[in-house]
Design a protein around this ligand. Structure first.
Ligand code: MG
Length: 335
């Protein structure tokens, strides 16, 4: 029997990691750790390069659409690597029958978001396929940026030490539930809006105020729990998180209880994890809170002095549990 690809392999969790390692990394000969962007040092030039595909269903959701998502996602992958995003490419696979007005609206919001983020969309490609051969519209964006050599360590967490503080810039889970609601045409009592936003200006302010940012990553597919597990495995150290400090909006909490989701595993599109050296956390928190995109920032935990790469959640009820790397899929096609 021949083996076929399953939806679980797109979840961002264990199965995705296995797929990437076994199929891609080996054949492409990638030796560096897998981070949000590739750092390329070539003939004295430092370049940061990243790419993402977007297949969100539906195309439009509260707080954004597939186009805005594509720009924000790529800008954020560059920014969390310590880079200054410069330009993007955008490639479109369009299903025959897509209303042209929808495409125009999506492309306009890409242009608006690019302007906000101060990046240029400079090249692209368009393909149209027969009806039924893709689902309305898929977009692939790539981006490059420049990086100060002092920031090279950030994406691999090279300088992380026990005691370093973990900070998130706001409430988790909104994006995934906003898309789920739009997909199933659910009307939530309190509307849930996607947090989709470009964070490069916010991150720029943080890097300016602290020379001791030891790691950053956006909390997209797989959510906070996945990023924490990836980080713990990368640095070979345990991480401790205080459940009560993780900001989650009440409507998201309620919906998660009702629908059986754990908000720590849900995707965000405008949230990042920052690891700052102990002692720098207050000034980082202050600068984050002074910006609308970071007003609900919280310190959520710290790096432990423990050689086991586990993520320990100190629960609100006073217990401890291991926050596992997700296995299987919670919600497909949320980005
Ligand atoms: Mg990322």
């Amino acid at each position: 029997m021949s083996v076929t690809i399953t939806l679980n392999q797109g979840s961002g969790g264990k199965q995705t990691h296995r797929l990437i390692e076994n199929v891609f990394v080996k054949r492409f000969g990638i030796a560096e750790p897998l981070t949000d962007s590739a750092l390329v040092r070539n003939r004295g030039m430092d370049i940061v390069f990243t790419t993402d595909s977007f297949v969100v269903d539906p195309l439009f959701f509260p707080g954004g659409n597939i186009g805005k998502l594509a720009v924000c996602g790529t800008v954020n992958d560059l920014a969390v690597s310590g880079a200054v995003p410069v330009c993007l490419s955008a490639a479109f696979i369009i299903e025959e029958g897509l209303p042209e007005g929808d495409l125009v609206e999506i492309v306009q919001s890409m242009a608006d978001e690019a302007e906000k983020a101060d990046v240029k969309i400079v090249t692209g490609d368009t393909k149209v396929v027969e009806k039924g051969k893709c689902d309305k519209l898929f977009i692939t964006t790539s981006g490059t940026g420049t990086i100060n050599p002092d920031q090279w360590h950030i994406s691999i967490g090279e300088r992380i030490k026990p005691g370093d503080k973990l900070i998130v810039n706001g409430s988790l889970g909104n994006h995934a539930l906003a898309v789920l609601g739009a997909r199933n045409q659910l009307s939530f009592r309190t509307p849930v809006i996607s947090d989709c936003a470009s964070l490069n200006h916010l991150i720029g302010k943080v890097l300016k105020i602290s020379g001791n940012i030891h790691f950053m990553r956006d909390l997209t597919r797989g959510g906070l729990a996945t990023v924490l597990n990836e980080l713990a495995a990368m640095i070979g150290t345990g991480i401790s998180i205080n459940e009560g400090s993780v900001p989650i909006d009440d409507p998201v909490k309620g919906l998660c209880e009702m629908l059986g989701f754990d908000p720590l595993y849900l995707a965000n599109e405008g949230k990042i994890l920052i690891v700052a050296r102990a002692g720098d956390e207050s000034k980082v928190l202050d600068i984050l809170k002074s910006d609308p995109l970071g007003k609900d920032s919280h310190i959520i935990g710290e790096i432990m002095d423990d050689r086991r790469s586990r993520v320990i959640l100190n629960t609100v009820s006073g217990g401890k549990r291991i926050l596992e790397m997700p296995s299987g899929i919670q919600l497909p096609r949320i980005c």
